[in-house]
Design a protein around this ligand. Structure first.
Ligand SMILES: *[C@@H]1O[C@H](CO)[C@@H](O)[C@H](O)[C@H]1NC(C)=O
Ligand SMILES: *[C@@H]1O[C@H](CO)[C@@H](O)[C@H](O)[C@H]1NC(C)=O
Ligand SMILES: *[C@@H]1O[C@H](CO)[C@@H](O)[C@H](O)[C@H]1NC(C)=O
Length: 294
């Protein structure tokens, strides 16, 4: 199976949201649902929370295979999600921008290296980055009112890790929006040992072909092994959907960035955020901003 991502026109209504929330209600939903008014004018500033990719963006064709690991929850494995050029580009874009990654309690950020020890860099949105954002939306079939959050590169040096956690919080309907999907993309892992992404509650697929992408062992050891650990193969991605159809999060998606024992791992997070009604609000704001400019 191959998917062809195609260019620009698809992007017209793509909006992007910075992740300032991991665990609790996003401040954005407060803005959207407590105030009848539109997002502030500076929402159209490319450095702000909400951004609109350039309608003139044109992306080179990129095709890649997809392997289905699980239907419920939906989990896909995607080799070659990034091209070697894109990987180099992300690595050098992120390089000067790293800072220690925080953890969140609500919107309150703090550093706790026993839980999360990595540094992260928000990527500036040049054409290559926007084409990756657009590829993520194309993979999902451009769902309405679903936007990509600003992309973050994550760097794990030897000793770095991220303890088990969910990417979802609460119930989708109760929250009025949420982080509906995750693409965990491996950008680089030179001379790496460790650093896999472990899902202890998933059932390991039987096909030996999977051993290229997930950790396998021989004989008895393999029989005792539970869960799935994706190996950080550069360029590849794991995609999963965080919520069940009834709006509750999948408990099976408990996962961790396992300790990097050697080398440096660079990952890329692409989170998609569902915010019902948001496209309409943003469109109105866009028309208003255009009038102001006249
Ligand atoms: C966005 O931020 C960058 C880096 O801080 C700055 O150079 C640029 O001027 C900002 N753009 C706008 C439109 O404010
Ligand atoms: C990309 O693929 C489409 C459809 O196959 C084709 O029409 C288009 O010319 C291709 N663009 C590039 C830049 O190769
Ligand atoms: C955090 O990671 C660094 C490498 O980036 C390592 O030297 C350090 O020992 C780690 N600290 C903890 C508390 O895990």
């Amino acid at each position: 199976m191959a998917i062809s991502t195609s260019p620009a026109s698809l992007l017209q209504y793509t909006l992007l949201i910075i992740p300032t929330y991991i665990f609790i209600l996003s401040p954005l939903s407060t803005i959207l649902f407590s105030a009848p008014s539109l997002p502030p004018a500076n929402s159209l500033d490319p450095n702000n929370t909400l951004v609109l990719p350039s309608p003139s963006l044109s992306c080179p064709n990129h095709t890649y295979p997809i392997h289905l690991l699980s239907r419920s929850p939906l989990i896909l494995y995607i080799p070659s999600f990034l091209t070697p050029n894109e990987r180099d580009h992300i690595t050098s874009l992120a390089n000067p921008l790293y800072a220690q990654s925080p953890i969140y309690a609500g919107t309150q950020a703090s550093i706790d290296m026993s839980i999360r020890n990595s540094s992260r860099a928000q990527l500036p949105r040049d054409d290559i980055v926007q084409c990756i954002e657009s590829r993520a939306l194309a993979l999902q079939g451009w769902p309405v009112d679903t936007y990509v959050e600003r992309l973050w590169a994550q760097r794990y040096e030897a000793g770095g890790h991220y303890s088990h956690h969910f990417d979802w919080a609460g119930e989708l309907s109760a929250r009025g929006g949420g982080r509906v999907s995750t693409l965990m993309v491996y950008v680089a892992c030179e001379g790496c040992e460790g650093g896999g992404t472990e899902f202890p509650r998933l059932e390991k697929p039987k096909g030996a072909e999977w051993c290229e992408y997930i950790e396998c062992a021989d004989g008895e050891e393999e029989e005792e092994r539970t869960g799935v650990t994706f190996r950080p193969v550069a360029g590849s991605a794991v995609y999963w959907e965080n919520f069940k159809p009834d709006g509750r999060g999948w408990e099976e998606l408990w996962h961790a960035g396992m300790p990097v024992r050697k080398g440096t791992k660079i990952g890329l997070n692409i989170w998609s955020w569902y915010q019902p009604g948001f496209r309409e609000i943003f469109d109105k704001r866009l028309v208003e901003a255009e009038k102001e400019e006249l």
